[in-house]
Design a protein around this ligand. Structure first.
Ligand SMILES: Cc1cc2nc3c(=O)[nH]c(=O)nc-3n(C[C@H](O)[C@H](O)[C@H](O)COP(=O)(O)OP(=O)(O)OC[C@H]3O[C@@H](n4cnc5c(N)ncnc54)[C@H](O)[C@@H]3O)c2cc1C
Length: 543
């Protein structure tokens, strides 16, 4: 079999590996993605895509397709508490506000979160990857690897033929899920809790439309003397999931969940003993909170579930992994395509690990029951404060050498800090470009972007000159009144970004503010070059 050399090898075609493949292709970086299974996940697993993930998919041109794929779940906004689905309803809680954010959230983002089952999302990502010319190899498994100062040599096996060959890559992105072989082989340990609880996730076919009776729910909590679990829709007609907890400490195991037992459980949960049920797949999962001690070892990066596992409570798992890929891929591209220093890559762990740790804790705080009494008590004692979903998903900030902090006071982690402060997600503001409304979020598509107040036309020219010296790809815009590149129709931009007349901001390719100035002080190519070199982590010795 052939051996080959390429810039990036990605292992795992889950949502995180596929997103990484798309992001690299959009930056012109060649990669090969390998996946041991013949296709993407047949099991629905995650369903909630949060606002920040939808912002990324919007920029990638996938927002509408994802919403269409999730149309059948668009009304599933209730939490239902029942004895059985067919029987007594105890309580109904509307969660509509999570999907239709109150007015102040419209100021925060041009988009909203949505429901779309993971087994519907992944094929969309695959289709887009093929459109962009990405190389995806299913039925191909990573067996082992070695790394040296120049790259990683991975031994892979084609599962259909048994043939083995070597791929040589400059970097390896491990998106190989919670039991990551790559993490194990690297000897990177995980820190956190033991499993807090064990669950079987039963994916089944049964026509439940007549029983739902327009009570569209995202989760239906079933509790009766025979079964306790959570029923969740996949297409709101004949595809559903039933999550049931089991107790190894009392002798039950995942192996107990035979097809016949699963049919019985579903019937007991639904409340119809003769219900026609077909079991499609059954997945085990442990509710645990663990974060890898390191996200990088040499040329290898852990992303998504390979780097952190968290309970599904809060729906943060998939979304957090997508953000990992987004943070990492522009850095890999900037190093491969130039002109960034490899030191930029170390900021992936510096920036993402604390955020992922915080998010994992927040997911744990939302987990009903929280494991054994002893685990619950231990968790309670060092319990962090629970913060709103929107703060968990958008409120964090990065502190690393790839961010040049200014003098603004750093707020606490429980506030939504979207003020244009360096290290935070750049604010969303509606502007007009050539008479067409555009969100600032759509401008941040893999390049550095300078936004400058139009009182000073020189900003764009001088910044472009500095970028050209470094060979850096950078877009520049004057924001202001009628003749500006971007017209600030509502007069919100300067306040939202904290940029007074004469000031400017540089936003990184991942849409996070890298640098902000409130004066003309830096308005020279030399000074701006220094700023850009810092954002790219150049050391003073580099050329
Ligand atoms: C029951 C359940 C419900 C969930 N609900 C939610 C939710 O509501 N919201 C949310 O955000 N998250 C949820 N999650 C979590 C979410 O599914 C994961 O966070 C997400 O799938 C992680 O994506 P990933 O790409 O990192 O890993 P995965 O999706 O696990 O993908 C890893 C891929 O790597 C492949 N692979 C592994 N080893 C190799 C190898 N050696 N060679 C080649 N390929 C390999 C695997 O086959 C797999 O396809 C849920 C998870 C479960 C189990």
């Amino acid at each position: 079999m052939w051996n080959e050399t390429l810039p990036v090898l990605i292992v795992g075609a889950g949502p995180v590996g596929l997103t990484a493949s798309l992001l690299l292709a959009r930056q012109g970086v060649r990669s090969v993605l390998i996946e041991r299974h013949p296709g993407t996940s047949i099991h629905p697993r995650a369903k909630g895509l949060n606002i920040r993930s939808m912002e990324l998919f919007r920029v990638m041109g996938l927002e509408e397709q994802i919403r269409v794929a999730g149309t059948e779940l668009a009304d599933s906004t209730n939490w239902l508490f029942v004895e059985t689905l067919a029987g007594k309803e105890i309580r109904r809680v509307s969660r509509r506000s999570l999907f239709e954010p109150p007015q102040q959230l419209e100021q925060i983002s041009p988009t909203t979160g949505t429901l779309c089952a993971q087994n519907q999302l992944e094929p969309l990502l695959v289709e887009e990857a093929y459109k962009l010319g990405c190389s995806l190899r299913f039925n191909t498994e990573l067996i082992s690897f070695e790394q040296d100062d120049h790259g990683v040599s991975a031994s892979v096996k084609e599962n259909t033929t048994g043939a083995q060959y070597t791929i040589r890559a400059t970097y390896l992105i491990a998106a190989d899920g919670a039991s990551s072989r790559i993490r194990h082989l690297l000897g990177i340990s995980m820190r956190g809790t033991e499993a807090l609880s064990y669950h079987a996730n039963i994916y089944f076919r049964a026509d439940l439309r007549a029983l739902v009776r327009e009570r569209w729910f995202s989760m239906c909590f079933v509790q009766n003397p025979e079964v306790r679990g959570i029923l969740a829709p996949v297409n709101n007609s004949d595809l559903w999931q039933f999550h049931v907890q089991y107790h190894p400490e009392k002798g039950s195991t995942f192996e107990d969940f035979t097809p016949a037992y699963c049919v019985e459980l579903v019937r007991k949960g639904v409340g119809l003993s003769q219900l026609d049920v077909e079991i499609l797949s059954v997945l085990p999962w442990e509710a645990a909170m663990r974060v890898a001690d390191h996200f990088q070892q040499g040329r290898i990066f852990l992303t998504g579930d390979a780097a952190h596992v968290m309970p599904p409570s809060g729906g943060f798992g998939l979304n957090t992994g997508v953000q990992d890929a987004h943070n990492l891929c522009w850095k890999v591209a900037a190093v491969i395509n130039g002109p960034a220093s490899p030191a930029l890559l170390t900021t992936y762990e510096t920036e993402r690990r604390p955020v992922d740790q915080f998010t994992t804790e927040q997911a744990g705080l939302r987990l009903e029951g929280r494991g054994t009494p002893a685990q619950a008590q231990a968790a309670e004692q060092k319990k962090p404060e629970r913060v709103d979903e929107i703060v968990v998903t958008m409120g964090y900030s990065y502190a690393s050498p790839a961010v040049i902090e200014d003098d603004e006071v750093v707020p606490r982690t429980n506030t939504l800090d979207l003020s244009g402060r360096p290290g935070t997600r750049a604010p969303h503001v509606w502007l007009e470009r050539d008479g067409v409304q555009v969100s600032t979020i759509n401008l941040f598509d893999g390049h550095f972007v300078l936004l400058a107040s139009d009182e000073c036309a020189e900003w764009c020219e001088v910044t472009r000159a500095a970028a050209a010296r470094l060979g850096l790809s950078l877009d520049t815009y004057r924001v202001g009144v009628v003749s500006a590149d971007l017209v600030d129709v509502d007069g919100r931009w300067a306040v939202a970004y904290g940029v007074p007349p004469g000031g400017a901001v540089i936003v990184r390719p991942d849409g996070f503010v890298g640098w902000r100035t409130r004066s003309f002080e830096h308005l020279s190519p030399d000074k701006l070059e220094v700023v850009m070199r810092r954002l790219l982590c150049y050391s003073s010795e580099q050329g």
